[in-house]
Design a protein. Structure first.
Length: 322
């Protein structure tokens, strides 16, 4: 079963418009047949509207640029992307789908040839009969869709004629209003001229008064500004003097600190030198002491050796004498 039901949606500057019936409280109303009704036309309606027609198989979109002239009045009706055109496109798509499905089904039907040489017969006659019924149903639905499309076109034609009549009536009303407006403007202009002259006189007096007050205010502001500048200058000079004194004090303190650092360094170096001299003197004395001890030890050893040799010599002499 193939559905021929189609729907239409509208967008304004890419924002979807709600589908509501006209109750006099909305400027943009999507009617039940998909047409967009714009009432109380405003300059904001001078923009791009997008209509999208959709059925169960495909969708088509079209953009419509709405141009609003200055002082436009009345009601504007736009077809939902010419719904009849959308329906015709849907009908073409449905017929193509129908032909495609029928060709696929025919390929699935088994064909057999009788032994007696008779004409070919379908192996599944029930399937063939069902396919024919579906083809007939789809053909009738396609005809119904075409009929609906024609009716929609006729309806749109009637809407366009009604719109033209409304536009003509609106132009006539605008012409009458324009003539009344011109007469009213002439009277208004006379009144406005008198009011403008009186207003110009009052504005001139007010301007002179304001200029005098502004001059007095500027003189006071100038005096105050000069006083503040003098105070600011004195404050900056005092700050500069204090800054220089602080820098000079810091400089003297830094020099004193450096002087003390130098003296401390010299003292430490002198102590280090004296310490090294003391250590060197102690080392030399220790070496001298060790040297004397070594000489003393050598002397004692030499004396012991000589004494031993003398004793040995005396012993030998004694033995020789005996």
């Amino acid at each position: 079963v193939v559905s021929t039901q189609s729907t239409g949606t509208w967008k304004r500057n890419g924002v979807a418009l709600p589908i509501i019936e006209s109750d006099g409280s909305f400027n943009h109303v999507i009617q039940s047949d998909g047409a967009l009704l714009i009432s109380s036309v405003e300059n904001g309606d001078n923009t791009m509207f997008t209509c999208t027609g959709t059925n169960g198989f495909n969708s088509v979109s079209k953009e419509i640029q709405v141009a609003v002239s200055s002082g436009a009045l009345g009601t504007v009706v736009y077809s939902s992307l010419s719904i009849g055109i959308i329906l015709l496109l849907c009908l073409i798509i449905l017929v193509m789908i129908f032909l495609y499905k029928r060709s696929k089904r025919r390929k699935k039907v088994d064909i057999a040839v009788s032994v007696n040489g008779n004409d070919p017969v379908y192996a599944n006659e029930k399937a063939l009969e069902k396919m024919k019924r579906e083809e007939e149903e789809n053909r009738m639905k396609a005809e119904e869709a075409a009929r609906l499309a024609r009716e929609q076109e006729e309806k749109e034609q009637a809407e366009r004629e009604l719109q033209e009549k409304l536009e003509e009536q609106r132009r006539q009303e605008e012409e009458i209003l324009k003539q009344e407006e011109e007469a009213r403007k002439i009277l208004e202009e006379e009144k406005l001229k008198k009011e403008a002259a009186e207003r110009a006189r009052l504005e001139e007096e007010e301007r002179l008064r304001l200029e005098a007050e502004e001059k007095e205010r500027l003189e006071k502001e100038l005096a105050e500004r000069l006083r503040l500048e003098a105070e600011e200058k004195a404050r900056l000079e005092e700050e500069e003097r204090l800054r220089k004194e602080a820098e000079e004090k810091a400089k003297l303190e830094e020099e004193e600190r450096l002087k003390k650092d130098v003296e401390e360094k010299a003292r430490l170096e002198e102590e280090e030198r004296l310490k090294k001299e003391e250590e060197e003197r102690a080392r030399l004395e220790e070496e001298e002491r060790l040297k004397r001890e070594a000489e003393e030890q050598a002397k004692l050893e030499e004396e012991a050796r000589l004494q031993k040799e003398a004793e040995e010599k005396a012993k030998l002499e004694e033995e020789e004498r005996l």
